[in-house]
Design a protein around this ligand. Structure first.
Ligand SMILES: [Zn+2]
Length: 83
């Protein structure tokens, strides 16, 4: 059983997806998360990119929030202003 990284409480709500409030019927919610390069390339030989979803764990005692991702084996794309 995991515990709060701040107060050590085990009263946690886990696996909540971090997203934006914007939500329209039939339209996917914009993803929030780090960008990674997919293994497959497009016709120009450029890697397509994906967004790794961020999850959060909220402590019901102190309100502490921990962020995490589930797939850590990605080819992360570092921030580049030109993209
Ligand atoms: Zn806590």
């Amino acid at each position: 059983m995991s515990e709060c990284i701040y107060c050590k409480s085990t009263d946690l709500k886990k696996d909540l997806l971090v997203t934006t409030q914007a939500r329209a019927q039939g339209v996917a919610r914009p993803m929030v998360g780090p960008i990674y390069k997919k293994p497959e390339k497009d016709f120009l030989g450029i890697s397509e990119i994906g967004v790794e979803p961020i999850f959060t764990e909220i402590c019901n005692q102190c309100g502490g929030v921990r962020l995490y991702i589930k797939n850590v084996k990605r080819d992360w794309e570092e921030y580049n202003e030109k993209r």
